[in-house]
Design a protein around this ligand. Sequence first.
Ligand SMILES: [Zn+2]
Length: 390
Amino acid sequence: MSFIEPILTDEEVERYSRQLLLREIGVKGQEKLKKSSVLVIGAGGLGSPALLYLAGAGVGSIGIIDGDNIDLSNLHRQIIYNTEDIGSSKSEAAAERIKKINPGIDVKPYHNYITMENASLIIQDFDVVINGTDNFSTRYLVNDTCVKLGIPLVDASAVMYEGQVAVYMPNNGCYRCLYPNPPEGKNAPSCSNSGVFGALVGIMGSIQAMEALKVLLNIGHIYDSRLIYFNSLTGNFQTLLRKPNPNCPICSNNISKDLKYAEECDIVENKQPFELDNEVKHYEVKPLELNVLKKDKSSYKVIDIRDRDMFNRGHIEGAILVDETNLPQKIEELKSQYNLIIVCQFGKISKHIQKEYNDIGIKNIWSLDGGIINWERYNLPLVKLDKTYS
Ligand SMILES: [Zn+2]
C-alpha cells in the first residue's frame, strides 16, 4: 500500500476551517493559496492590514519590501507594529509579526526601496503585487514594472479622509491609463503633509488583501475595470468604470520613451527630518513667548509658510501667509524692519529655514518651536477663516 501525503495537514485544516467552509474556496482553493505568492510594497498603513490578512489566509509566500524604520508617528495607522518596534526595520518587524500569526508560510523581507535597478528582479518572483506606498515615483515604477512583467497589481492610496483602490490585470489597462504622469511636485498630496484617518487606511489595505486573494483564487468579481473611491466622512463608496487608454504611455501601442517618475517632493519626503544642533535652539520661540511678543506689532512679524487651506483652518493673529517660493523675497523686504518668526505646521520646515538664515549671519529670524500644532497644544487662539473646521 502506497503512502500518499494529504494536501493539507491536520493543523492546516483546523487553522483554515472557517475559510474551507466557503464553497468557492474549499480544500482546492486553500491549496492554491499555499502555492501562491504576493509581494507587498510598502509595509505602512495599507501594507499592515494587507499583510496580516494575507498571512492569516495562508498565502504560501509573502514578500515585504520597505526601506524605512518604524517611527512613533506611524503607529496610529500601521497596525502591524508595536511601540517597542520603534527604530526597527519595517520589513523585518512586519515579517516577524506575520510569521507569528502563521508559522507555516514563507516570508521574505527586503529592507530596501523599490528602485529602477531592483524593481523587475524583485517583482518577477511573485504572482500578485500589492502597492502600499504613498509616494508617486514608486507608484509609477511599480505600475510600469507590473505592466512589463504581466503581473496583476492591486493598487490603493489614502490621504486625509479619502481612499481609492483598483486592480490592474495584465492587458486590461494600468494606473498610467488614468494618470499618465505624476502630479507636479508641490501639488502632490501625501500623508506626511496632509494627514490621514487611520481606520480609512485600514479599510483600503484590507480591500487590497481581499482583492489579491480573489485574484489568486480566481473567484468573484475583482475590482478590475473599476476604480473604487471611498469617502470615510460621508461613508460612501463610489464605483467608476475604467477602460484601457489607447494613448497610455506604458500599456498601449503608443509607448512613450520619456516616462516620468520622480518629482521633487518624493525625494524630499524620504529624507529624515531636519536635525539641529543645540546652539540654534536659542532662535526657536516657544508658543507662550510668541503669544506675548506678537503683541508688539512694530517689532515682530509672523510669517506662516503653510498652504492656504491650512492657513484658513487656523493661523496666528497678524500672521501673513507666504508661499515658500516667495519667501526669500519677503524676508529680504521685511527683515530690516522686523524680527521675523517663521511658522509651519510641526516646526520642522521653519526650523530648517531659520537655520539657513542663521548660517549666513542673519540673526533676527526665528522659528516657532513645534509649529502650529504646538501652539494649539497650549490652547492659544487661532484666527479661523474656514468655518468647516470651527
Ligand atoms: Zn495603461
